[in-house]
Design a protein around this ligand. Structure first.
Ligand code: GDP
Length: 296
């Protein structure tokens, strides 16, 4: 279910309840069940939805609803607050400082949009006055370095990589050292994409992380991976210290639910979303406007 539809379904559920003459437990349950269905269809993890329903029931007082208060508003506020709480892990992500070298390592599944997002992130900061640089430590996928090189050249961002060196740790360390010497203040390390089961690649990711000591590990996730979001995000978090999340492909048939699952699994905030294939199709993620849009 795309975001706009989810908002519509939730609004409809609230409206129906609001129209009921008497708000009893059954009417409230029907409304919450409708909301639950809408969230599940948007790929919010089952456990998150169940916990949310329990919390809302605890917060919403049926006596208040019966006394003629604005029922729609009370429940809408409770749903809004619950979704915001899920999306806000309570600690802000690391932000790079201009003039001080920071290392940001990107991790994610193959095809998630990781390499594209590295350049978007670099380009975004370059426009803000940072001096970014890109390091391709993906020696696993043929063509990865060419792709990064092409993107970096287009954005006029310095890059480092190798066609012959097969050790990703070595490339990562060399690239980071070089760009520190060149006074770059945002050194972005792209790592090999992987599938959940690939233990060897997870180990490689851990080694790159240990060798480069990133200030931030950024987990990139495709918004369309559905209910798998929670487990995948958790698998990455168990291997490397993920500190923030970027959700890609929020354009088109994007589902919002994966964002909630990724935050819950990594206990890290979503900081940007990707909204297209182009370099500037990249937006800061703000919890409250996102949830407002979600609720329609
Ligand atoms: P990687 O394997 O994770 O490095 O993925 P790539 O960066 O190569 O991206 C895989 C595909 O997703 C490419 O065709 C990208 O153009 C596309 N892509 C990446 N981010 C977005 C996005 O935000 N929206 C859309 N529509 N496509 C994207």
């Amino acid at each position: 279910m795309v975001l706009a539809q989810l908002g519509g379904s939730i609004s409809r559920a609230l409206q129906q309840m609001s129209n009921a003459t008497i708000i009893d437990e059954k009417v409230l349950n029907d409304c919450l069940n409708e909301i639950t269905r809408a969230l599940l269809q948007s790929d919010v993890q089952f456990k998150l939805v169940r916990d949310m329903q329990t919390n809302i029931k605890k917060i919403v007082n049926l006596d208040d609803l019966a006394a003629g208060h604005n029922k729609r508003k009370i429940i809408q506020q409770a749903v809004f607050n619950e979704l915001c709480t899920i999306l806000d892990p309570g600690k802000p992500a690391f932000t790079p400082k201009k003039g001080k070298p920071s290392v940001v390592m990107f991790v994610g599944l193959q095809g998630s949009g990781k390499t594209t997002t590295c350049t978007k992130y670099a380009y975004y900061h370059q426009k803000k006055g940072y001096k970014p640089a890109l390091v391709c430590a993906d020696t696993f996928r043929a063509g990865a370095f060419d792709q990064l090189k092409q993107n970096a050249t287009k954005a006029k961002i310095p890059f480092y990589g190798s066609y012959t060196e097969s050790d990703p740790v070595r490339i990562a360390v060399e690239g980071v050292e070089r760009f520190k010497k060149e006074n770059c203040d945002l050194i972005i390390v792209d790592t090999s994409g992987r599938h959940k089961q690939e233990a060897a690649l997870f180990e490689e990711m851990r080694q790159v992380s240990e060798a480069t000591k990133p200030d931030l590990v950024l987990f990139v996730m495709d918004s369309s991976i559905g209910q798998a979001a929670f487990d995948q995000a958790q698998a990455f978090k168990q291997s490397v210290p993920v500190g923030a999340v970027i959700i890609t492909k929020m354009d088109g048939h994007a589902k919002g639910g994966g964002a909630l699952s990724a935050v819950a699994a990594t206990k890290s905030p979503v900081i940007f979303i990707g909204t297209g294939e182009h370099m500037d199709e990249f937006e800061i993620f703000d919890v409250k406007p996102f949830v407002s849009r979600l609720l329609g």
